[in-house]
Design a protein around this ligand. Structure first.
Ligand SMILES: [Zn+2]
Ligand SMILES: [Zn+2]
Length: 342
């Protein structure tokens, strides 16, 4: 079968033929229809410090996918051959304190699909059936291909009550664009999105941002003045991973504000901690999705009108993966979906 692999500990990927995979006990074999490219895949492609610390080549990449169950391993019974599924890429241990308490997203033994086990940039992928999410017929296949990062966005946006609140989102990458759409959908008042790439800010505007700010040309304070906001933001969602974004957010939050942090920040990032104290701010780290409440909420929001189509900018054949990674490197894309089979 075809597979997009990291063949050796160096930059780059190779599309090659590998042996067919087989489902083990409690697992399912999925014929992959579409898979989406993530920032994580770009880190692995580039072979940066993070990738060098976690990836053991050879490895098939890809953790955002949609496909059809074609075979079940021994004991698997929750899903059925023919089901259209996507999957939660974090495979948890089921035995630690948090897993046993139902807080699976806090498992400390999580293994990542396409990171620590072979992923979905291939004709077939194997996953534990417990990680699969059967898709309602209302959900378009090209949207289901990126349910995983849409879940990250939903986890951020649904962490706090958004009704009537003014929200600052720093970062208009795919997650920021999807966060903007969800905040708007669940009833936020102003949704302000910052970035340095105009292309991405336009996607955020299409997705429902009230105002976008290119911080190379104007400030968040300018945006607040335009919107006649006198106090500051009630909610902050940091998805840029930029060391300057979080201090700006802290500066422009209103008392009692709540901040969700998803973008990996450089160790050099510094903030004014006294503002956190004096404004009684709350900070929450977001990793992955709540299993499987986020998946449920996301499905029902999509079925009741949440529109994330502006974020899907490219659909390319698997063979054009170099083009996909180049677009990501330049920031000239939203979500890119690779077509693997019909
Ligand atoms: Zn991802
Ligand atoms: Zn666990």
């Amino acid at each position: 079968m075809r597979s997009l692999v990291k063949p050796e500990p160096a930059s780059g990927l190779t599309l090659t033929d590998v042996a067919e995979v087989q489902p083990g006990a409690g697992e399912a074999l999925i014929r992959v229809q579409k898979a989406a490219v993530c920032g994580t895949d770009l880190h692995i492609y580039e072979w940066d410090e993070w990738a060098q610390g976690i990836i053991a080549p050879p490895l098939t990449l890809g953790h955002e996918f949609v496909g059809e169950v074609v075979e079940l391993g021994p004991g698997a019974s929750r899903v059925h051959v023919g089901d259209r599924v996507t999957g939660e890429g974090h495979i948890v241990c089921g035995a630690c304190r948090h897993c046993r308490a139902g807080r699976l997203h806090l498992c400390s033994n999580t293994r990542g699909l396409g990171v620590q086990r072979d992923g979905a940039f291939a004709d077939y992928v194997v996953m534990p059936e417990s990680n699969l999410w059967a898709l309602h017929p209302d959900i378009p296949t090209q949207i289901a291909a990126f349910y995983d990062p849409l879940g990250n966005a939903a986890h951020c946006a649904l962490s706090f009550d958004m009704v009537g609140e003014d929200v600052l989102i720093t970062g208009a990458g795919p997650i920021g664009v999807m966060v903007a759409a969800i905040c708007r959908f669940v009833g936020a008042r102003h949704v302000v999105v910052t970035d340095v790439v105009d292309y991405r800010l336009e996607l955020a505007a299409k997705a429902g941002a009230s105002l976008t700010v290119n911080v190379q040309r104007e400030t968040v304070e300018d945006a607040m003045a335009k919107l006649k906001m006198s106090n500051g933001f009630d909610r902050g969602i940091e998805v840029s991973g930029n060391a300057d974004a979080l201090p700006t957010m802290i500066d422009t939050m209103y008392n009692g504000g709540m901040i969700a942090l998803l973008g990996f920040l450089p160790k050099s990032t510094t903030i004014d901690w006294n503002q956190v104290i004096l404004k009684s701010l709350r900070l929450k780290g977001i990793y992955g999705r709540e299993m499987y409440e986020t998946w449920y909420k996301l499905t029902q929001m999509l079925r009741s009108g949440l529109d994330v189509t502006p974020v899907l900018t490219h659909q390319l054949p698997l063979g054009d993966y170099e083009q996909a990674f180049a677009a990501m490197r330049e920031g000239q894309c939203g979500k890119i979906v690779l077509d693997i089979a019909d």
